[in-house]
Design a protein around this ligand. Structure first.
Ligand code: ZN
Length: 406
């Protein structure tokens, strides 16, 4: 089995050139636990192996712990191509049970020398800096453990356009709160041994393609959660081919990774909605945390596409009035669930959609599975045969308003 799979994988790489550059893998589960895992696959094998073996370790520990109730495992990431050679990735783990545990692990890898880098490889005179860093840490975290801090090494760090950020796991630093302990050091203030390329983002506003829908039309809205992903482009191509459209509820942390696809998404007459930044279970979060999950996603989508979403879909479909009062966007659920993640095949997906669909339906799919992509042409063809036209959720809501006004 293992060998067959490996041969298949190698074949796939040789024949179709599966390598399309880095991607973000998303794994969302809602069975015994609420699990949301997002992480980059860089196609640099040694780095990918290190990342995935770390994630497997975290997942296995989580499973072994057998937490009561519906525990949550959220794994998110940051990804930065520091320059043409160096990639910096951080993996952030949050475990929510009766208390919350946060952990971080970072990887900095030089593709040309095939080496993992430490802070010593990045910053000159770390010995001299050491005193200032620790002084700043003590100022920021007054209840930190002095003994630990004095001997702490700088194992975890990220680099963005402005700062080098050093992280310490809270459990080790013995601070009283469970949030990650970190210190931002402006890049300008450091003697760096490497170049840091700043990312340039263009913002160009894209208008929706206008569709001709009349009031009498029998319409449905196809919706896709948890993207963008490496399958998004295929979904867009299918929608275009069949003159259909969809509404994509995106996870904020993946948005910048697939920026170009998102522009195309809007140009083709699709709509983008907000599905939170890290796909946490939102009703467990504080007002500030919820607002941050939503606003960070709004900002990312705006920055990358120029478009500001008006729609929100709560993660796992979970919401209450308190959550609604925190979010100033239109909540959109669904009345038809393809359960694509569960049935995993075209026939099952077709059955689930067709048994419940009616004029005005909002149909739920997911944008991170191959079987959803495979089923989509069949679903669209059958719906068309039954006389349905496709609109975005905003268009659907607009149409409902017009009809109710009469
Ligand atoms: Zn989701």
């Amino acid at each position: 089995m293992g060998r067959k799979l490996r041969v298949l994988l190698i074949m796939c790489l040789l024949v179709s050139g599966c390598g399309k550059g880095p991607e973000i893998l998303t794994d969302i589960e809602n069975k015994k636990a609420l699990v949301s895992i997002n992480y980059p696959v860089t196609e640099v094998s040694e780095l990918d192996e290190a990342i995935s073996s770390y994630i497997n370790k975290v997942k296995n520990e989580f499973k072994r712990n057998n937490y009561k109730g519906k525990p949550e495992l959220n794994i998110s990431y940051t990804y930065k191509e520091v320059n043409s050679e160096i990639i910096n990735v951080s993996i952030l783990t949050e475990i929510v049970t009766d208390k919350t545990i946060n952990k971080i692990k970072t990887f900095t890898y030089n593709k040309n020398t095939n080496k993992f880098l430490t802070m010593d490889d990045i910053v000159d005179d770390l010995d001299v800096l050491d005193y200032d860093i620790k002084k700043e840490m003590l100022k920021k975290y007054q209840n930190a453990d002095m003994d630990y801090l004095s001997s702490a090494s700088y194992d975890f760090f990220t680099i963005d356009d402005d700062n080098l950020t050093i992280y310490f796991n809270p459990a080790e630093l013995k601070t009283t709160d469970s949030n990650l302990v970190y210190l931002d050091i402006p890049l300008d203030s450091l003697n760096l041994l490497i170049d840091v390329d700043k990312q340039e983002e263009t913002t160009n506003y894209t208008n929706f393609k206008k569709k001709t829908i009349s009031e009498e039309d029998k319409v449905v809205a196809l919706t896709f959660d948890d993207g963008p992903s490496k399958y998004t482009k295929d979904i867009l191509d299918i929608l275009k081919r069949y003159d259909a459209c969809g509404t994509f509820f995106l996870i904020g942390n993946k948005v910048s990774f697939y920026g170009n696809i998102l522009k195309e998404m809007l140009q083709n007459g699709n709509e983008i909605g907000n599905h939170s930044y890290d796909h946490k279970y939102l009703t467990r979060l504080s007002e500030n945390e919820v607002k941050e999950e939503v606003s960070k996603t709004q900002e990312e989508i705006k920055r990358v596409t120029g478009f500001t979403p008006k729609l929100f879909r709560p993660t796992y479909g979970g919401y209450n009035n308190t959550l609604k009062s925190y979010i100033d966007l239109t909540f959109v659920l669904w009345d038809v669930d393809s359960r694509d993640w569960e049935v995993k095949n075209t026939e099952g997906i077709m059955n689930n959609v067709l048994k419940d669909v009616k004029a005005g339906s909002i149909i739920l799919f997911h944008d991170n599975h191959e079987y959803s992509v495979k089923a989509l042409p069949e679903v669209i063809k059958e719906l068309k045969k039954r006389g349905y036209k496709f609109v975005t959720v905003s268009e659907l809501l607009e149409l409902k308003k017009i009809r109710e006004g009469q």
